[in-house]
Write a protein that binds this ligand. Sequence first.
Ligand code: BES
Ligand code: ZN
Length: 479
Amino acid sequence: MTDDQRSIANNQSLYLKSEKALFMDAVLATLTANQSAALETLKELLRIPSVSAISAHKPDVRRAAEFVRNQLSSAGLTTELVETAGHPIVYAEWLQAADAPTVLIYGHYDVQPPDPLDKWVTPAFEPTVRDGYIWARGATDDKGQMLTHVLSVAAWLKTTGRLPINVKFVIEGEEEVGSDNLDTFLDTRREQLRSDVAVISDTSQYAPGIPAVTYGLRGILACEVRVHGPKQDLHSGIFGGSITNPANALARLIGSLHDANGRVQIPGFYDDVQPLTDSERAGFAALPFNEKDFFASVGVEAGWGEAGFTSTERRWARPTCDVNGLTAGYQGEGPKTIIPSWASAKITCRLVPNQDAHKLSKSLGSFLNANCPPGCRVEFLEHHGCPGFVADANSPFMAAAKAAIERAFGTAPVLIREGGSIPVVATLKQMLGIDTLLLGWGQNTDNLHSPNEHFSIADFHKGTLASACLWQEIANRAQ
Ligand code: BES
Ligand code: ZN
């Protein structure tokens, strides 16, 4: 190459770099100029009570899917509403960035039931702005967070007519009930969904002012145990003391799930657990954390858990077994003296990588059966399950995510794991062979699954900017 040629090549590359920067700035300007419209779009989606668990809401769930699809169509993507045995999946793609990476963006438009309704300050499906937050069921989990990616892609296409990468959106309506029909969709469309990396915003920042990239999630096993006793409720004076009370029996069974050190007693429970490495433990311990404040934030005075592990380790990287719901006997006003005919408990185990939900379910079922006292019978039902997940924290995609977040939030993110579960993450790894960037814009104190769910409006906008930056950062690293 002559000096002249070198200088021309150099100028071209400078020109391309500055063109990229100008495009990026223009996209961010579009997003900043349209913030109030973005909030209105979020409010519209939040008004739709898309509760996937409750069959009466089936038409609402479909309306939410159609709303998301319309947003993506208007943005300029090719879209499809995919029917499943349950709620529909919204699929959308824009694949015109030749030779650039392809990103699969996953989110969910379904929400948890809003109960208990009387605990909401403003109604769950009447989104209200108060104190810099938007309050409604789904504000953070996951309508608000999911929408940030829809808005950023729309802004790129509106401003520049293109995207620096290819995108494939998969927005489902059954995440909150275990994503039962998603696997079939992913399985039958492996070729169409082929991507280099997945992006999900359905987790949390580490704390206010401390954004995070999450590289691990726990899995889950959800099941139910019913203890059956006498053929109907009986007078507890006439029969009490002479037959097994199913409610008492269930309480004993639940009590036997843990020992005094908080260790789960289901045989083989810890056999496959991937132990924490010293460097991970050091990484967790280096994060700012005040245990007293943590307990106070949920209104308790002291913690509990497996001996030998910190609260953070217990939540992010150790398996658990918890009762989520307990039903037995008379629940109405005043006393009623009966031996109930049955008792039931909904139980979930949170799993860490390498544990198998189905294997544990078998073990838990046998444990409960073996320990059920005579005079009662255990019925065990497995609801759903998914494995835990840990991603490569040093990939170029992680570096892209960190740079995008730092630009939008003004602070570099910390690297964390989380205790919650997002079933699709392990499936994407298994079926498409790709890792997921878990980029949460919410906070764990946003009351997810609880009354008065909310999402910081500032973080909604920052998340949208970070998303817009992420597409360029991923493209930059692919060259
Ligand atoms: N968004 C949550 C998961 C989450 C929240 C992960 C905060 C990390 C931090 C998700 O919608 C959820 O609640 N998932 C369920 C999955 C289950 C029903 C299969 C969960 O974890 O309980
Ligand atoms: Zn969610």
